[in-house]
Design a protein around this ligand. Structure first.
Ligand SMILES: Cc1cc2nc3c(=O)[nH]c(=O)nc-3n(C[C@H](O)[C@H](O)[C@H](O)COP(=O)(O)OP(=O)(O)OC[C@H]3O[C@@H](n4cnc5c(N)ncnc54)[C@H](O)[C@@H]3O)c2cc1C
Length: 410
């Protein structure tokens, strides 16, 4: 079996290293840090079995105008970023037609549908059960009209994808959730989804498992990657690493590195923020406040509030407008308590215009593989696309592997 280097130790990279190791490869995992601190650290921690349909771009003018004018709190557009991402957004717009989105969802649901199953052996082997709750994800609707609209999708989600849920009126939900201060219009509770009380710790537990099983973890800058006569070379703090194959799993930073090798990756960067609070009554289950696009989840660090998507340039300075607005609005629903003093965190959902992760061989370089672009669900899908990539590297093929492959999509 060959030497393989995996660049990036977020949920996707760590899972990839484990999947390749399980197939007998000698794997080195490289990241600029030794602890998970980026997107896989600060997310909402939901293993989203309910997310059978990836987020499409709304195609109606009123909604698009709302985004552009900053009138919606779940999605915010920054004009400069819009210009930079215009070609990718145009592709996203086209991929979001009803017909294409339905086709994409039939594929995507096969990934999300097996995600909890793919995490299970890793959670067990990493001894990380204490981080996982299997109590589902609630979507809370404050007003009757959006609640009624949402309930109409419940039957379709079950008949199309087998995703199960419970529809609860506001009073029934409030009776189950002592943290709630008001009675909402209603809640849809997606009961197959799991949540994690420390996504960074789960990623690090998987990384420890990889090391325990004989894997090598190194610190270094992936931008030092170069191609050699026989494979690939990268610089780590312990010297140069040579490998016959390399997997790029750098999440939102993947396109920057790959530009050096001539690949123009049309990524859409959707930033989100989080903050923690010392809430006196912690909600029993995570929930999304649909009206404000914020997720509330109990974490080891405190009650975590995560914000929706801001389309901004990858390097642009922090501006946690959506988080501030969301936190303010949440005050009507629950007692958040005081914010914990901590450095501000933000992360970027690495989204592809066709809403599917890029998994497979690089079109023009031997021994170069991609596993990134997991958008809103990379914490969910890490082990799943890792298994598919490991199969692709070992020469297996399937409809899923074929459809996720970069060759036909770049
Ligand atoms: C606010 C928010 C909430 C979210 N909630 C959820 C959720 O509930 N459920 C879900 O499934 N998904 C969620 N997501 C999406 C999910 O977090 C991402 O899709 C996922 O974490 C991407 O994982 P990754 O491993 O590809 O990237 P990352 O976790 O970002 O990992 C990339 C790694 O590359 C390393 N790196 C970067 N550049 C270099 C370099 N030059 N050299 C070496 N290393 C480098 C970084 O240090 C990092 O460790 C959320 C995202 C956000 C922002």
């Amino acid at each position: 079996m060959s030497e393989i280097l995996v660049a990036g130790a977020g949920m996707v990279g760590v899972s990839t290293a484990l999947a390749l190791q399980a197939q007998g490869h000698h794997v080195t995992l490289l990241d600029s840090t030794l602890q998970c601190r980026e997107t896989s650290y600060g997310n909402a921690g939901i293993i989203q079995a309910e997310a059978a349909e990836p987020y499409a771009l709304p195609r109606d003018l009123p909604t698009l105008c709302k985004y552009a004018l900053g009138l919606s709190n779940d999605v915010l557009w920054h004009p400069q970023a819009l210009l930079q991402m215009a070609p990718a957004l145009w592709r996203y717009f086209r991929a979001s037609s009803t017909v294409r989105h339905r086709d994409t969802s039939s594929l995507y649901s096969q990934l999300t549908g097996r995600a909890t199953q793919d995490h299970t052996p890793l959670i067990t082997a990493a001894n990380a059960e204490a981080l996982i709750s299997k109590s589902g994800l609630s979507i809370l609707y404050r007003d009757a009209q959006p609640f009624d609209q949402a309930t109409q999708q419940v039957e379709r989600m079950y008949s199309s994808y087998g995703v199960t849920s419970q529809v609860l009126d506001g009073a029934a939900y409030r009776a189950q959730e002592p943290a709630l201060k008001i009675t909402p219009a209603g809640v849809i509770h997606w009961n197959q989804s799991w949540s994690c009380s420390n996504p960074g710790a789960l990623t690090d537990a998987y990384s420890q498992l990889f090391i325990q099983r004989g894997g090598c973890r190194q610190q270094g800058d992936a931008n030092s990657l170069s191609q050699t006569a026989t494979g690939w070379r990268i610089s780590s703090q312990d010297g140069s690493i040579e490998a016959s194959q390399v997997v790029i799993a750098l999440g939102p930073w993947s396109p920057t590195l790959l530009a050096r090798f001539g690949y123009r990756i049309p990524m859409i960067y959707k930033r989100g923020y989080h903050a923690h609070f010392n809430a006196p009554i912690v909600p029993k289950r995570p929930f999304l406040d649909a009206a404000n696009g914020v997720v509330v989840a109990a974490m080891q660090q405190g009650l975590r509030v995560t914000s929706g998507a801001a389309l901004v340039k990858l390097q642009s300075p922090a501006a946690a407008v959506q988080l501030k607005r969301g936190v303010q609005a949440l005050g009507d629903l629950i007692e958040l308590g005081q914010p914990l003093q901590e450095p501000q965190w933000f992360g970027t959902r690495p989204c592809m215009p066709d809403m599917l992760p890029l998994v497979g061989a690089a079109p023009r370089h031997k021994g170069l593989w991609f596993n990134f672009g997991h958008g809103h669900q990379g914490f969910t899908l890490g082990p799943t696309t890792a298994a598919l990539l490991a199969d692709a590297i070992s020469g297996q093929t399937s409809d899923l592997i074929h459809r996720l492959a970069p060759a036909r999509r770049l």
